[in-house]
Design a protein around this ligand. Structure first.
Ligand SMILES: [Mn+2]
Length: 354
């Protein structure tokens, strides 16, 4: 913790010395990366009276663009259009891999920022960024990245957060905890209480509805899920043939609309006996397979190391994350399931029975 505080002080002093500051929000875009970016920008303005720029290099859903403060503050860019070397401070927030900030061509783009000028704030498991810039990585296990920023930078700064800032922080928190379902720590509720006292409207902040299309997709996905009992996994596998069916049913844009989000929220790891839920999807043109997973907080096996063992590059939290492998879907699923079955044979069960 002292080490973390020392790093926070060092970043604060870097902010005070910098004139061109860039904040990059992580991919996939969510309330936490947006709320954190806006809060950092607000802090830099309030404390140092300096402007800063927020970029993200990812698809942003229309629903995400409704995040308060998005318009006019958060800019969707192509990294080719950014003069990375012209910034004297670049802050990466809410992700542990360079790929989440600098796209698949992260080696090319991240090389344009000197390590001296690159900082990271994050609440995920340890990842490549921690190895790349260990002295500049502020990483703690907590509910969301914006809370880490609040605790280390704002809380004792004397700055008074407005209702708008509190709303960003609250939406970050409720977004990343699934409205207080997971990633709960001893101080999560006192923090939420403090934000409510700043005037946050809870119901507005957590308002969430699903489009009919997303609900239809959810029904399709549940029906097309495969259950692997011995591996205690449920798997939705989307290869290029399935993709064609989906395009016929839901139109060309089904992928950009992130139709699987609601399936992820309500289904993955919820079926008794299947505490590990995964979606494997083959890339349209590259033949690579992407995976995303959710598992029960009572699960015993950590999915990320298992995925890495079978060849995935995987990142995220213990109980939710994503990865990629240069293999077709069927092969990737088979390798993963085999590994999980072997673990189950050793331990008889892969989760804590209540
Ligand atoms: Mn987060």
């Amino acid at each position: 913790m002292d080490d973390i505080k020392a790093k926070a002080l060092a970043l604060d002093s870097k902010i005070s010395q910098s004139d061109r500051i860039l904040i990059i929000a992580s991919t996939p875009v969510d309330y936490d990366c947006m709320g954190t970016a806006l809060t950092i920008k607000w802090y830099i303005k309030q404390k140092y009276n300096k402007e800063s720029t927020i970029y993200l290099f990812a698809n942003v859903l229309d629903s995400a663009k409704k995040f308060p403060g998005y318009e006019g503050n958060i800019n969707q860019k192509h990294p080719d259009k950014v003069d990375f070397a012209s910034y004297d401070l670049v802050i990466l927030e809410d992700g542990n891999a360079l790929r989440q900030f600098f796209t698949a061509k992260f080696e090319q783009y991240s090389a344009l920022v000197s390590k001296e000028n690159l900082w990271s704030i994050d609440h995920h498991e340890a990842g490549p960024i921690g190895e790349y810039i260990p002295e500049h990585t502020i990483r703690l296990k907590d509910s969301c990245t914006s809370k880490i920023f609040y605790d280390l930078f704002i809380k004792d700064s004397g700055l008074e957060i407005t209702t708008e800032v509190a709303t960003w922080l609250y939406m970050s928190l409720t977004g990343d905890t699934g409205i207080f379902k997971f990633e709960i720590y001893k101080d999560t509720f006192s923090y939420a209480q403090m934000l409510l006292e700043k005037g946050v409207d809870h119901y507005k902040a957590v308002e969430f509805t699903v489009t009919k299309e997303m609900m239809d997709f959810t029904a399709w996905a549940i029906q097309n899920t495969t259950y692997y009992s011995d591996a205690q996994c449920s798997v939705l596998a989307i290869d290029n043939k399935v993709r064609e069916t989906l395009t016929e049913t839901f139109g060309k844009n089904w992928e950009n609309n992130s139709l699987s989000k609601y399936y992820e929220n309500i289904f993955l790891h919820m079926v008794e006996g299947f505490p590990y839920g995964l979606i494997f999807k083959e890339g349209k043109d590259d033949g690579k397979t992407r995976v995303s997973w959710r598992c029960s907080a009572l699960s015993i096996v950590e999915v990320m190391p298992v995925l890495r063992r079978v060849g995935f590059v995987a990142n995220g939290h213990r109980n939710a994350g994503g990865g990629i492998i240069d293999k077709p879907v069927a092969e990737a699923v088979a390798m993963f399931i085999k590994e999980m079955e072997a673990l189950n044979q050793d331990s008889k069960t892969l989760y804590t029975n209540l």
